[in-house]
Structures are given as structure tokens and as C-alpha cells.
Design a protein around this ligand. Structure first.
Ligand SMILES: Nc1ncnc2c1ncn2[C@@H]1O[C@H](COP(=O)(O)OP(=O)(O)O)[C@@H](O)[C@H]1O
Ligand SMILES: CC(=O)N[C@@H](CCC(=O)OP(=O)(O)O)C(=O)O
Length: 291
């Protein structure tokens, strides 16, 4: 009886959060680092299925940088990154598109369905919803750097995403967009997730990665910072504390906050139920960034 009562208490406690997030969009970005650990992926997707079942509207956006690099190596191509973006020639684009849409996206959809959810992959092979433009970044002298077919998302098919979510189906999106000519563009998945969160008016944007959050010393997990402001993030990027793959993530987070996304979370996909802990508890896990 006590056991049953404690379970009921948990449900009652969760009610406030469930009510608060009902019908709200939450964008969940699964990084390539997390995707490399199948157990983490299963646990995270089980949380996504739970979120949808209690009335939230989760949208899954995924990367797969490590898998793309492995597939390139198998084809004898050396990956090259410019300011965190993969230089994408036509052959690289072909590989990235295949790995992200045919391999990773479809396997995430299958797994969500196995876990009892309903899900659909929205990509070039089904229904694309990401509209992009070529991205150019400046070098130290301000001249544009050639990144090949790399893009940024400037618009989405919101009507399609809304209809899918309203129908109780979880959309799963790889970070490939189409330009005005109908040609594919390779988009960094962190920036794609931030653009989708912005354009959908999402309540939250959650990055699931392979670290517990942002550290002040990247080799010392005890220096995890639970709460960061926009200003502090800028300082940590400028002094090199936030480095490597964390830079596009935090930059994308700042952009999303700037246009009205309430909160950003960077959490560890390896912690069991980290997503539910973040959404449905007072304490939260990982690092949250607020405006
Ligand atoms: N200050 C920091 N705190 C935590 N991780 C950091 C920091 N600076 C750099 N990193 C690195 O960023 C990585 C996460 O970025 P990335 O590998 O691109 O993840 P994902 O595949 O999830 O997008 C971590 O594994 C870590 O090595
Ligand atoms: C332009 C660009 O860099 N695109 C990324 C897309 C995948 C990605 O971002 O994956 P992660 O989330 O695992 O980093 C790439 O080709 O690696």
C-alpha cells in the first residue's frame, strides 16, 4: 500500500509540470556524440515518447557528425572543418545526406515506434520541412570562406510540423535543408535545432550531448555550471573555456534566446532519464542558459 501511495504521489507532483508544458513545443537535439551510444539513445527516446504521451509536442532534431566522418573515411575522404563546419563538397554532401536521412533518421523513427510512440522522419526522402541558404563565414580579414554546400535554416514548413505534432506524431529531422533551387545543404545540427525552436516558438530547446553540461575546466566535471546568463556565455566563449563542439551549441543557444525561446538546456544523454529530470523536476540537470 505504501509503495502504491508513493507512486501516486509522484504522479500528483508531476501534474503541475505536465499541465504547464501541455501543447508546448520542445525541440530536442540529439548530437552525434550521444547517438554513438545505443543505450543512451533508447533511454532518451523513451523519455520523448513519455513527453508526447502526456501532452507535450516534442520535435527531435539530430546530427551525426561522427557517423558522417566514419562514412567519409570509408570512402577515403579526409573530413575538413572550418570554424566548426564541415567543408562540404558534392561527394561529402552525398555521404552526409545518406548517413543523416537514410541511416540515422530512419533508425530513430523505428526506435520511437518500437518504444510505443508514433514518429515520422521529415527529410529529403519523405517531406522536407527545412528551407536553407548557403552560409558564408568571414576569415580573419573579413573575406568570405568557401564552405562548399553548407547552409543555415532561414525558414521551415511550420504548417507541416504543426499538423504532425497535433496528430500525436513525433517529427524527427536530420540537419539537411533545401535551398531555393531545390538543392540540398548540409547544416550544423545545433544551429538547425535553434532555428527550428525559434521558428516554432518553442518553450525549450534541449541539447543532448555526451557531457554533463558546461564545465569551467573542460577536464574537470566538478566545475559544471548549472546556470549561465547570455553575458557569461559570451565571456566563456571569448576566453576559450567553451571550446570545440560546444561553441556552435552555445552560439545557437544564444541566438534562440534572443528571439524568445525561454530556456536552453545542455544535458547528458548518458544520464538515465535526463530529459524527464530536466523537464518535470524543480532541480533539473546539466547547464541551463537563460536570457
Ligand atoms: N567548457 C566545456 N564544457 C563541456 N564540454 C566542452 C567544453 N568545451 C568544449 N567541450 C566539448 O564539447 C563537446 C560537445 O560537443 P560535440 O562533440 O560537438 O557534441 P554533439 O555531438 O553532442 O553536438 C564535449 O564532448 C566536450 O569535449
Ligand atoms: C555543416 C556541418 O558541419 N554539418 C554537420 C551536420 C551534422 C552535425 O551537426 O552533427 P553533430 O550534432 O553530431 O555535430 C556535419 O556535417 O557534421
Amino acid at each position: 500500500m505504501n509503495d502504491a501511495l508513493s507512486k501516486v504521489n509522484v504522479l500528483v507532483e508531476a501534474l503541475e509540470w505536465i499541465r504547464r508544458f501541455r501543447d508546448r513545443y520542445v525541440v530536442i537535439k540529439l548530437g552525434g556524440s550521444a547517438l554513438d551510444d545505443p543505450d543512451s539513445v533508447t533511454r532518451c527516446l523513451a523519455d520523448v515518447v513519455f513527453m508526447e504521451a502526456v501532452g507535450m509536442r516534442p520535435i527531435v532534431v539530430h546530427g551525426g557528425g561522427k557517423a558522417i566522418s566514419r562514412a567519409m573515411a570509408e570512402s577515403g575522404i579526409e573530413p575538413r572543418f572550418v570554424q566548426g563546419r564541415r567543408y562540404t563538397d558534392p561527394q561529402t554532401l552525398k555521404i552526409a545526406t545518406r548517413v543523416l536521412t537514410e541511416d540515422l533518421c530512419e533508425s530513430l523513427v523505428d526506435e520511437l515506434c518500437t518504444l510505443g510512440g508514433r514518429a515520422i522522419g521529415l527529410h529529403l526522402g519523405t517531406q522536407n520541412v527545412l528551407l536553407g541558404r548557403r552560409l558564408t563565414l568571414p576569415d580573419e580579414k573579413g573575406n568570405p570562406i568557401d564552405l562548399g554546400r553548407v547552409g543555415a535554416v532561414h525558414d521551415i514548413r511550420k504548417d507541416i510540423l504543426q499538423a504532425v505534432c497535433r496528430g500525436g506524431v513525433i517529427p524527427v529531422l536530420p540537419s539537411i535543408a533545401l535551398d531555393d533551387q531545390g538543392e540540398a545543404l548540409n547544416v550544423n545540427a545545433d544551429t538547425a535545432a535553434a532555428a527550428i525552436a525559434k521558428l516554432m516558438g518553442a518553450e525549450k530547446l534541449v541539447f543532448l550531448s555526451d557531457v554533463p553540461g558546461i564545465f569551467l575546466d573542460k577536464n574537470d566535471p566538478t566545475t559544471l555550471v548549472p546556470h549561465l546568463t547570455v553575458q557569461r556565455c559570451r565571456e566563456l566563449i571569448a576566453d576559450g573555456t567553451i571550446a570545440a563542439g560546444m561553441v556552435p551549441k552555445v552560439e545557437a543557444a544564444l541566438e534562440a534566446l534572443d528571439v524568445g525561446v525561454e530556456k536552453i538546456h545542455i544535458i547528458d544523454a548518458r544520464i538515465p532519464h535526463s530529459l524527464l529530470l530536466e523537464i518535470y523536476s524543480d532541480k533539473g540537470v546539466g547547464t541551463e542558459i537563460v536570457a
